[in-house]
Design a protein around this ligand. Structure first.
Ligand code: TXA
Ligand code: MG
Length: 312
């Protein structure tokens, strides 16, 4: 169901209030939204995603004050929130004592992931609903994150009550996830906000995610898999491979950014993988992508996309 987002906001709010699922655009990727305070609505999200039960969800709110009411923010966590919200940053903190968000959204952990997105349609929806909205990326588990309303339609179709169409997502990569659960702020998932701008505000380096805990199972290896096989860091593709170029490495029509621009590349990545899947391409070779700036998140997603598939 497409149409004018503004005209649809009231319909979307009504659907959320009924415990329904509303897909909506954010600046990163499309989210599959549900009332975060309703166990039944949150359960519906897991079921529509076909998501492993232990993958907790991000609560989205319209304002920083709403966010601060959901979790216990240290001074450092508040500083990051004020510097980057609304924006492509998710902050994981201990749940507030009277946190109204369903425990199911925290997957049984005592922490909560929170984000204020920067997209007019998302913010209008969140303001109108006036309660937190859980929203994983609006794809089925193990598939590529959607950056257009059409992707959502293809991936989740009839399982969604309403899709708000806000065009193409500007960032095109999921939010960067930073946790404040122990002394050291940790980078749980590289994403649309670059590590170094976060570290500049914090005045210190971000620690790595704990290796032995499933804190951020978005990190499951083949989480972002397209149907095609991927080979990375390839300068010269083989005959059976379709090439995804970058910068000066180019063979054929597909390139993340001929100018070698990371922002352009991030915005194009998921849409390009979707398009190649849709045209039945089976073998993809990808150019080397430098690991600086958004390149860290792009390489992270490419490695997952190239990883051996989990049994489904
Ligand atoms: O850009 C985004 O973040 C998009 C848009 C829709 O906001 N959402 C998104 O959600 O990517 P999802 O569910 O696909 O990824 C959420 C990530 C996962 O890696 C999850 O494990 C992590 O956030 N996460 C959520 N709650 C957490 C928690 N309490 N502790 C640690 N990690 C958490
Ligand atoms: Mg996802």
């Amino acid at each position: 169901m497409h149409g004018s987002p503004t005209a649809n906001i009231q319909t979307a709010v009504a659907a959320l209030a009924r415990g329904g699922l509303v897909a909506f655009p954010t600046e990163t990727v499309y989210g599959l939204g549900a009332d975060a305070t309703s166990d039944a609505a949150v359960a519906k999200v897991y079921s529509a995603k076909g998501r492993p039960v232990f993958n907790p969800l991000i609560s989205h709110v319209a304002t920083i004050d709403q966010a601060f009411a959901l979790g216990q923010f240290s001074n450092m966590a508040q500083k990051l929130a004020k510097a980057f919200w609304p924006g492509p940053l998710t902050i994981v903190v201990p749940r507030a004592e009277n946190c109204p968000v369903s425990l199911l959204a925290s997957a049984g952990q005592s922490s909560i992931a929170i984000r204020v997105p920067q997209h007019p349609v998302a913010l209008e929806l969140l303001r109108a609903f006036a309660k937190p909205v859980v929203a994983p990326s609006a794809n089925r588990s193990g598939r590529i994150s959607p950056t257009t309303a059409e992707h959502v339609q293809q991936s989740l179709g009839s399982d969604v009550d309403l899709i708000l169409d806000g065009g193409e997502c500007a960032v095109g990569l999921e939010s960067t996830v930073v946790s404040f659960l122990d002394n050291a702020p940790r980078l749980l998932r590289p994403g649309g906000l670059e590590r170094h701008v976060i570290e500049t505000v914090l005045g210190k380096a971000l620690a790595a995610a704990p290796a032995n805990e499933i804190h951020s199972p978005g990190q499951l290896e083949s989480h972002y898999a397209p149907r095609a096989q991927l080979r990375l860091n390839v300068a010269e593709p083989q005959n059976n491979e379709t090439y995804i170029g970058f910068g000066t490495y180019n063979h054929g029509p597909y390139s993340l950014s001929r100018r070698g621009d990371m922002i352009e590349a991030a915005a194009a990545l998921f849409a390009m993988l979707h398009q190649m899947d849709a045209s039945g391409i089976e073998c993809i070779a990808v150019a080397p992508i430098p690991n600086h700036g958004l390149g860290e998140a792009i390489n992270d997603r490419l490695r997952r996309a190239a990883a051996p598939r989990l049994p489904t």
